[in-house]
Ligand binder design. Structure first.
Ligand SMILES: [Zn+2]
Length: 273
């Protein structure tokens, strides 16, 4: 059965940014069937479920282009790690007062974050995490659309934003590459196309130049999006500068990103304007 929301303001965000005032919108199944004056739409859909939209705005959903839904529990603790607080932080973004979560708890956090997103009018989110396979199905059940960024890195012994020596674990990066590919094969295009899988490089200071190149190659192979944390916090920028540090303390920087970043179809994170 169709649903009609009437007496509403309807922002179409079409090419002309048309806004309909005191108008109605009809929805059939998962499609917008008609938009127009209240009387016209109500006459065309006499048996539709009616929702009074008086005082309400009907508009396309928001897109959250970066989130970590499994960290919903940590909401509010990151502010203390951002400017005006100064680096170096002890161990990058750690210690974060967040307990270890088992897969069920991570799934619950992801569902809670997704439901809160829906409540705010968000219908599309880019989720950046490791092991999105654990909760991709739960996210699909929310009805939202997701770009699932499965993450790769090969720096170990520390975390993002820490100007410490770069300890490389190349095998770890290779395992992540395989996980990204597996996740893509399993989930990309599922849930009627609402789930897409992207390639995620954690951050320039958490990925060797070799891994970044491998990620770009994988992105090209899969024909998908890529995402990366850039310029998120002070520590990483300081680590990148590195000129006054011994070579062993320098971390890969933006200058070592693939030669033509535009080719990456990147979605910059956290620093978006
Ligand atoms: Zn992030």
């Amino acid at each position: 059965m169709a649903t009609v929301i009437h007496n509403a303001v309807i922002a179409t965000v079409d090419d002309r940014d048309t806004v309909h005032y005191d108008a109605a919108i009809a929805i059939e199944a998962d499609r917008i069937a008609a938009i127009g004056p209240n009387a016209d739409i109500l006459a065309r859909y006499p048996v539709a479920e009616r929702i009074d939209g008086a005082g309400k705005l009907v508009m396309p959903g928001f897109a959250n282009i970066h989130t970590h839904l499994t960290m919903t529990l940590a909401r509010g603790v990151f502010e203390d790690l951002s400017p005006p607080h100064k680096p170096p932080f002890s161990g990058g973004l750690s210690p974060i007062p967040l307990p270890d979560l088992n897969p069920d708890e991570r799934r619950a956090m992801a569902q809670l974050g997704a439901l809160e997103a829906l409540r705010s009018g968000t219908t599309l989110a880019l989720e950046d995490s490791n092991d999105v396979d654990d909760y991709a199905e739960a996210l699909a059940e929310t009805g939202m659309r997701f770009l699932l960024g499965e993450r790769a890195y090969d720096r170990v012994g520390t975390s993002i934003g820490d100007p410490a020596p770069f300890r490389l674990d190349r095998a770890l990066g290779q395992r992540h590459l395989r996980t990204i590919e597996d996740t893509f094969r399993q989930w990309n295009g599922t849930a009627d196309g609402r789930l897409r899988v992207a390639v995620s490089a954690w951050a320039p200071d958490m990925c060797s130049p070799e891994l970044l190149r491998d990620l770009r190659a994988l992105q090209r192979q899969l024909g998908t999006w890529a995402t990366i944390h850039l310029n998120q916090i002070w520590g990483r920028g300081r680590g990148r500068q590195g000129a006054s540090q011994p070579a062993a303390h320098r971390v890969p920087g933006r200058a070592r990103l693939p030669a033509r970043p535009a080719d990456l179809r990147p979605l910059p994170l956290h620093g978006i304007g």
